[in-house]
Every structure is written in structure tokens, then in C-alpha cells.
Design a protein around this ligand. Structure first.
Ligand code: ATP
Ligand code: MG
Length: 627
């Protein structure tokens, strides 16, 4: 039975058990803004599990398309994909353990044809301190089911997951774990909030006995070991209790939430420890082999990543997501870009989406009409993103490999992100791959730069509306203000012969030329810095007014620039302390500036002169920073 058949048979089986078939929820939970994606079959049904009446009744079944972006790093192993389908059935205060466990067992064994000897289960060992008993009820049901197939199922008490690695599976079939087999929305029993439902769960695993246990996970293998020998295929959650102020009490109406990975069951059905060999994934891999001329055996991980990510992106596009730089669109972009990068390395360089998306659509369109309906639109969305990314990818990889020995810093990650649209995680991952050192603080640096950029773009946007501020960033304004303060400080220290002879400001520093015929000594430099920092710390108020030029220059002593000819009226910036009646700085200038000088100290910065040199005869040049 292939994966498509398993999906259909499951729905049919539960229909026979009087379940209403409900449509899948969109993968983007538009009315649940706290999560980006639907990650389980249970998620859209939470209100009903908490007591709301479901219009379709008390027995529900579906196949839910899920996206778990959090599993992205696990994609590449034998059994995780970011996109997968979860087969689910629910009892809303209807049937309980005695029906649920046999139904799923029979479905796996009698309908799908899985060898029951390969199945292993876990149950909850209970919590004495919370008066939650061991779930022997489920255990007994399992024991009888295995017995009905001639299997003597031995119980093994494991307790914690860590203990599992110490004691191993001991030839058991029914394993009792503690917190691993407990479900609540808040986690462990001690964390369950009053009024919340919770209860034991019982998981089903398929054993690949041809897979060798890998001791990197722990000494001995057990069902919850991550080596891939045991593969979890489904989980029965029994919402049996409610937390009250007196502890855990039985719920009057108990629920069942059941979820199983379609792809995992399909892998078990063909006894393949490699989930990518199933009918919903293998055709994608085959196409990749054809396009690249390379084999899956030699490029297993890349091909797994590509097939998963593009299947995910295809479904996101069907559900209305388009690649962008935020939220769901960002995840989609990241998945696509990662897939394209891996494909690029396999030598697939052209029209990748036009080739691959149709293969994916073919796998789903007879079961999901929305896939057929949106087929062309989806191909277009993905192909367009590919086009954009290929251009940036080439530039980005070249840029990354040119990095110096300092390795990759947050600043560079930011540039790659900002200039080339290179997703940050991708840059870091690429650096690791190319064995380029990555700075420990890249993330903080990056976040800070992002924050500053957001502030800048807000300022710029405001400026555009006011007219005239466009193009001036916060950083420019700060350096501009610092320039005025330094100009006055230089005159205070060196004398009134100091006149500005040009200046230049970037986001990184200010440069200032002025008339002075000797070197400025280190002591004088220090004095200038101290004056500027002292004035900044007084939080001078910065404002401007227009004056007749003659009044500004001759009566008020406004500073100007050497050789400049001014019109009849000039704009003069004034920087003055609250308690003072004489401005520290009074200078003819077009602006813009910060409003208060303390803004220059944001993020713990101080004014500092980093260079003093001759510029031309009688002209000195200073470079200074806020750092
Ligand atoms: P695992 O420990 O294998 O990551 P899980 O505990 O995260 O699984 P659940 O949250 O209980 O899984 O989800 C229910 C079922 O969905 C699992 O039993 C499994 O069959 C399937 N499933 C979960 N995550 C994935 C995934 N990333 N890819 C494919 N199937 C998955
Ligand atoms: Mg998981």
C-alpha cells in the first residue's frame, strides 16, 4: 500500500467507525496569530478539545498538512521533514482508550499490513507525587492486542528518557516512561495550570532491526532513542484529567487526540528506514537524480533537504503564502533558498522550479483539488523566487568566500542579508561549510544592526513626509551634531583662527577639515574629546532659527564655513544646555541634527577622535567616531 492509499484507507476506516471527515486546516492559522504554522492535527481543534461543540459531531477524522519549521535541522535524517501530513482522529467526550488503541492497531496491522512483531509501544508510568496512576489500562489493551497476534508483549519500566539510554530496551514491547508519555499544553504535571486538561499518552513505534544503534545518542537503544532504529509513527493522547486546586481530577468527558505521521506509516509499510523512499517523496528524489545526473546514494542529505523544502514551499504557496522577509513568507523564502542552494551544489542551475514543482503537484492533485486549481500560480510564485535568488546567491557566495581571517561577523551577516537577500541562517551555515570562523556574537551584532536599520527607515519615512529629510539617517544626524560640537571645542582649545574648511559625514565617522598650521597635540586632542563628551552629557537641546545673515554673523557670532557666501537670511543651529543662557554651539547650517545631544551616547557610545593629520598647507584633518 502506498502513502496515498494509506491516507485514503485511514479516512475510510474511521468513517466506518462513525467519524465525520473534516477538511484540513490551512497551514497558516490566520486567526491564531501566536503561531506561524499549523504543526499538528490537534492544533486547529484545540477549542473543541477544551469543550466547545464541534459542528461535525464528537468523532472526527482528517489528514492535516503540517509544517514544523523547528524541525528544519533534523531534515536530512531518515524520518524528519518540515512538511508532513498528520493523520488524525478525535473523540470529543465520546470513545476512549478501549476503542482507540484497538482501532489504530487494527488499521496498521490488518488494513495496512504492517508486521505486528515490528511494533513497539510506550505508556505513561504515572506520577505518585501527583496521584496520577500508571496507565496500566492502556498497557493491558496493548498486551491483549499483541497476544491476539501470537505475540507475548513484555512490560519494561523505563522512567525517564535518560534512564532509557542506561537500561536499554531489554527485549520489552510495552515500555513505561514518565514525562515522555504525559501530555498537557504546559508540559510536565507540576507545570499544568489550573483548569487545563491533561493526561497520559501512548505512542507507537516501528522497529527497523537492520539499523544499528548509534552510541552517540546514548549507551543503549530504547524506543525514544534518536538513532533511527525505532521510529515513532503515532501518538494517542488521552485527555483524562483536569488540574484543579485539589490536584488532578478525572474529566467528566474525556477526549482522545490521535496523530500519526502519514509518511512514517508509509515507510513502515514498505519496511524502509528511509522515509524518503515512500511514494510521496521518492518521485521528487528521482527527478533530482535526473536533473543533476547524480545519485541519491552519494547525495542523500542534499536530496532529502531539497525534496522536503520544496514540497513544503509548494504547499505554503497553495495556502496563499508568498516569499517575503517576514513571518510565514520569510520561512518560505528560507526553505526555498536553502533548497536552491543545495540544488546549485548538485549542479542544478536552471529553471529548477518549473521542473520540480509539477512533479510535486502531480503527487497531490488528485487527492487535494486545491493543488490542481493553483498549479500554475504556484509554479509562477516559486519560479519567480528562484530567479531573484539565483542572482543574489552568486554574489553572496563570492562575497562570503572573500571574508578575511576574522571570519564572519554580525556586520557581514547583515550586509549579506541587507544587500544580497541572503537569509542569515544560510550565511552562517555556509560559513561553517566553508570552514570560515563565525564570531560568537554575530547574532547580537546582527540584531543590533537590524534594529538600527529599522529606526533609520522609520526616520527616513517620517522625513519623506515632512519633505527634505529623506536620505538622512539617524547616524548621519548624530555625526552632524558631533561635528558642530567639535568645531566649537577646537576653537576653545586651539583658538579663534580655527575655521571649518569642509566636512564629510558617513554612517561610520565624521571627517572635518579646518584652518590650523600645526599638528594638534595628543593633549589637545584629549581636551577636545573631553569638551565634546562633556557637552553631549549635558544633553544640550538642539534647535534652529533663521536670522538675517548680518545679524547672525556679526552680532551673534554664528560660526560658518571658510569662504562660504551666504544669502540674506541664514538658518542657524543652536545647541544649548537648559540651565544656560549662552549656547555652546551656534552655527550656520542646513541641518538636520538630533534633538538632544544625549542621543549621541545611545548604546553606550562616546565621542572619540581617531585620526589627526595634515590635509593641505595650513589645513588639518580630523576623523572622529561615536563608538
Ligand atoms: P519525533 O520525536 O519523531 O520528532 P514528535 O514527538 O515530534 O516526533 P508528535 O508531535 O507526537 O511527534 O507528532 C505526531 C506524529 O507526527 C509523530 O508520531 C510522527 O509520526 C509525526 N511526525 C512528527 N514530526 C514529524 C516530522 N518532522 N516529519 C515527519 N513526521 C513527523
Ligand atoms: Mg519532533
Amino acid at each position: 500500500m502506498n502513502a496515498q492509499d494509506i491516507r485514503n484507507k485511514y479516512i475510510e476506516y474511521f468513517k466506518t467507525q462513525k467519524h465525520a471527515v473534516i477538511p484540513r486546516a490551512l497551514m497558516v492559522p490566520y486567526n491564531e496569530p501566536s503561531v506561524l504554522f499549523t504543526g499538528s492535527g490537534m492544533q486547529p481543534l484545540i477549542p473543541y478539545l477544551l469543550g466547545e461543540k464541534h459542528p461535525a459531531g464528537t468523532r472526527l477524522v482528517d489528514s492535516q498538512t503540517c509544517l514544523r519549521a523547528q524541525d528544519i535541522d533534523e531534515v536530512g535524517d531518515n524520518r524528519h521533514t518540515t512538511f508532513f501530513e498528520m493523520l488524525g482522529n478525535w473523540s470529543l467526550g465520546d470513545y476512549f482508550k478501549a476503542e482507540q488503541i484497538p482501532w489504530f492497531f487494527n488499521f496498521l496491522v490488518d488494513v495496512v499490513g504492517i508486521d505486528p512483531k515490528k511494533l513497539y509501544v510506550t505508556c505513561c508510568s504515572g506520577f505518585a507525587e501527583h496521584n496520577v496512576p500508571k496507565d496500566t489500562q492502556s498497557g493491558e489493551i496493548w498486551k491483549d492486542l499483541f497476544a491476539s497476534k501470537g505475540i507475548d508483549a513484555k512490560d519494561v519500566e523505563i522512567g525517564s528518557e535518560e534512564n532509557g539510554y542506561k537500561v536499554g530496551d531489554q527485549g520489552g514491547r510495552i515500555f513505561y516512561y514518565d514525562e515522555k508519555n504525559w501530555w498537557s499544553r504546559n508540559g510536565a504535571p507540576k507545570d499544568v495550570k489550573i483548569g487545563e486538561p491533561c493526561g497520559p499518552d501512548s505512542e507507537v513505534f516501528y522497529l527497523f532491526d537492520n539499523v544499528q544503534h548509534d552510541t552517540k545518542w546514548g549507551e543503549f537503544c530504547h524506543p525514544n532513542c534518536d538513532c533511527g532504529r525505532y521510529m515513532e509513527i503515532g501518538n494517542n493522547v488521552f485527555m483524562e484529567y483536569i488540574r484543579t486546586k485539589n490536584g488532578f481530577e478525572k474529566l467528566p468527558a474525556q477526549n482522545v487526540d490521535f496523530g500519526a505521521g502519514l509518511e512514517r506509516i508509509a515507510a513502515a509499510a514498505i519496511d524502509s528506514s528511509d522515509m524518503f523512499k515512500i511514494s510521496l517523496l521518492w518521485p521528487i528524489i528521482e527527478k533530482l537524480q535526473k536533473l543533476s545526473g547524480k545519485t541519491y546514494e552519494q547525495h542523500t542529505e542534499s536530496m532529502r533537504v531539497i525534496s522536503d523544502h520544496l514540497r513544503a514551499a509548494t504547499f505554503l504557496a497553495i495556502d496563499g503564502v508568498v516569499p517575503s522577509n517576514k513571518e510565514q513568507g520569510y520561512v518560505m523564502r528560507r526553505l526555498m533558498r536553502r533548497a536552491i542552494r543545495f540544488a546549485f551544489e548538485l549542479g542544478i542551475e536552471q529553471n529548477f522550479m518549473q521542473e520540480l514543482v509539477p512533479v510535486i503537484a502531480d503527487l497531490y492533485q488528485s487527492d487535494y483539488p486545491e493543488v490542481a486549481e493553483n498549479r500554475n500560480k504556484v509554479i509562477d510564485v516559486l519560479a519567480n523566487e528562484e530567479k531573484i535568488f539565483r542572482q543574489t546567491l552568486r554574489k553572496g557566495i563570492i562575497q562570503l568566500s572573500k571574508l578575511s581571517e576574522d571570519g564572519l561577523t554580525g556586520q557581514e551577516v547583515f550586509v549579506l542579508y541587507d544587500t544580497y537577500g541572503f537569509p542569515l541562517e544560510l550565511s552562517v551555515e555556509e560559513a561553517y561549510k566553508q570552514e570560515i570562523k563565525v564570531s560568537d556574537t554575530w547574532r547580537e551584532e546582527f540584531d543590533l544592526l537590524m534594529k538600527q536599520q529599522r529606526e533609520r527607515s522609520q526616520t527616513a519615512a517620517k522625513g519623506i513626509f515632512k519633505g527634505g529629510l529623506g536620505g538622512h539617517t539617524d547616524q548621519h544626524k548624530k555625526y552632524h551634531t558631533a561635528t558642530h560640537l567639535m568645531y566649537q571645542a577646537l576653537r576653545d582649545v586651539l583658538g579663534d583662527h580655527v575655521v571649518q574648511n569642509g566636512s564629510n559625514i558617513t554612517e561610520e565617522r565624521l571627517r572635518f577639515d579646518f584652518t590650523h598650521s600645526q599638528k594638534v597635540t595628543p593633549e589637545q586632542v584629549k581636551q577636545v574629546e573631553d569638551i565634546v563628551n562633556e557637552q553631549i552629557s549635558k544633553d544640550l537641546k538642539v534647535s534652529f532659527a533663521e536670522y538675517p545673515t548680518k545679524v547672525a554673523r556679526e552680532e551673534m557670532g554664528a560660526l560658518g564655513q571658510f569662504g562660504d557666501r551666504y544669502g540674506d537670511v541664514v538658518k542657524v543651529y543652536k545647541m544649548i544646555a537648559d540651565e544656560s543662557n549662552k549656547p555652546f554651539s551656534f552655527e550656520i547650517c542646513g541641518g538636520p541634527h538630533v534633538d538632544h545631544t544625549l542621543q549621541l551616547f545611545e548604546n553606550g557610545k562616546k565621542f572619540k577622535i581617531i585620526k589627526e593629520e595634515a590635509s593641505s598647507a595650513g589645513i588639518r584633518r580630523i576623523k572622529a567616531v561615536l563608538a
